[in-house]
Design a protein around this ligand. Structure first.
Ligand SMILES: O=c1ccn([C@@H]2O[C@H](COP(=O)(O)OP(=O)(O)O[C@H]3O[C@H](CO)[C@@H](O)[C@H](O)[C@H]3O)[C@@H](O)[C@H]2O)c(=O)[nH]1
Length: 431
């Protein structure tokens, strides 16, 4: 979605250029129900799953199959697009994880522009992988936590905040291999583009600008959309439920993104915390997780809680009734929380999420991590009360409002992110 948001902005600014959006058919089907531009063509790429029967595996299995099918699936789709239009591809802007597209671009003699869908802090941690590995090797035991004091802007973080995928062991997962290949290929890019804004991490930005000739923050896409937000039907009744709440900033919104479900013991602890505090809550919870909730929880919390399998998150966060977001700290969720001035309670799981939560708490001051890193009844209660009822919570709310102001300024016509989009258009020859 953030990559498509960028393509939409570029397509609107460069109406004479043709943008082809290559993506799996399933993902395209969810993205392209809204307004398209005349100069964006939607192209389906095989996702690697066995054809002819519905795929029932996990997200990680899906990633593995997709990577096995790549780059052949992209090559086929690109050739097809070139044949149909009679035009040659002039630039490849790809998710940074698709490191093999740097070879595809090189073969065609066109620029490769990797797009990092997460924050600059996690990209920086990947760029510094070698130094991190050396720092860990210099500690007495590999398990010892080491401060990342040698990475500009990440001084408050430690190796415990990093995903294990950074370190390539003998049994490296497809995700670990992908990340490491990406790091290896990034220096061959013409520009590195991020769905973030310079002002959120000025020190990291300055450092990465010194490493990449064109390091371009162009987000946050949620505040920079070229198309007006489409009205939504509120099929699940979330917005009307929020509307029926009497007090502003009184509701706890809970979501762990598209991939994660917390383990059963943590779901139970979260439920106990919610039941004890009795703040109204709205929970986007996957169907299979509902089965793991404590007996009777739904009935006991009916009068102040609402649970749905999928929620219109952006509109929910933007609703005046929402006071706090319990999140896994995916970058899109954090951006959306900042865009709506909602402070966060963080329970990160994998990938960039721990480092993001470190920044939320210790750099940006817009939320807290749950005590000990996992949900317990007492830890959940403590965080909820702190954010909803104390001065400290009010300060986090103030901080997130200030950060939002900077984000809004960045996507303003003269802001840093807008200027970076112009620069990107020049680089790819669309201006
Ligand atoms: O009920 C729901 C649940 C989620 N969302 C949306 O789904 C997206 C979730 O994105 P994100 O918060 O980034 O979480 P993940 O889906 O888990 O994202 C993956 O990709 C991100 C980078 O793009 C990383 O930062 C994360 O760690 C990684 O898990 C957001 O736009 C939400 O608004 C909804 O609209 N409704």
């Amino acid at each position: 979605a953030p990559l498509l948001a960028l393509v939409r902005r570029m397509a609107a600014s460069a109406p004479h250029a043709l943008f082809s959006f290559f993506n799996s058919a399933t993902s395209n089907a969810t993205l392209f129900n809204a307004t398209a531009h005349d100069n964006i063509r939607v192209r389906d790429v095989w996702d690697g799953a066995p054809r002819g029967k519905p795929f029932t595996g996990s997200h990680f299995e899906a990633i593995g199959l997709f990577l096995e099918a790549s780059p052949g699936n992209f090559e086929t789709a690109i050739r097809e697009a070139e044949r149909e239009t009679g035009l040659e591809i002039r630039c490849l802007i790809t998710d940074a994880f698709l490191w093999f597209s740097s070879d595809m671009a090189e073969k065609r003699g066109v620029p490769w522009v990797p797009f990092w869908t997460a924050a600059s802090c996690s990209l920086s941690s990947h760029v510094y992988t070698d130094q991190i590995v050396r720092a860990i090797e210099s500690t007495e035991t590999a398990k010892q936590e080491k401060a990342l004091s040698f990475i500009p802007g990440l001084e408050m973080a430690t190796t415990a905040d990093l995903p294990p995928e950074i370190f390539l062991g003998n049994n490296a997962s497809p995700l670990a291999i992908t990340i490491n290949k990406m790091v290896e290929h990034l220096p061959r890019s013409t520009a590195v583009v991020l769905n973030s804004f310079e002002e959120i991490d000025p020190i990291i930005t300055k450092d990465l600008k010194s490493k990449f000739p064109n390091f371009l923050n162009v987000g946050p896409s949620i505040l920079a959309s070229a198309a007006p937000a489409a009205a939504i039907a509120d099929e699940t009744g979330c917005l009307s439920w929020l509307g029926s709440q009497n007090r502003p900033k009184s509701v706890v919104y809970i979501s762990f993104g598209t991939v994660i479900t917390p383990p059963e013991n943590e779901l139970a602890a979260l439920c106990e915390g919610l039941e004890t505090c009795r703040f109204p809550f709205l929970w986007s919870i996957k169907d299979h997780a509902m089965k793991s909730l404590p007996n009777g929880f739904v009935d006991r919390t009916n009068s102040f809680g609402k649970m749905v399998a999928w929620a219109p998150q952006q509109q929910i966060l933007a609703h005046e009734s929402v006071g706090v977001f319990i999140s896994h700290c995916g970058w899109n969720s954090i951006s959306e929380s900042i865009a709506s001035c909602v402070p966060l309670i963080c329970r990160p799981f994998f990938g960039d999420q721990k480092l993001n939560s470190r920044m939320v708490q210790d750099s940006w001051g817009i939320g807290v991590r749950v005590e000990g890193g996992v949900f317990t009844k007492s830890g959940t209660i403590q965080c909820l009360r702190e954010l909803m009822t104390t001065e400290k919570g009010a300060k986090m709310r103030e901080n997130v409002s200030l950060l939002r102001k900077k984000a809004v300024a960045a996507v303003d016509s003269q802001g840093s992110s807008s200027k970076n989009v112009d620069k990107l258009l020049e680089i790819i020859g669309a201006r």
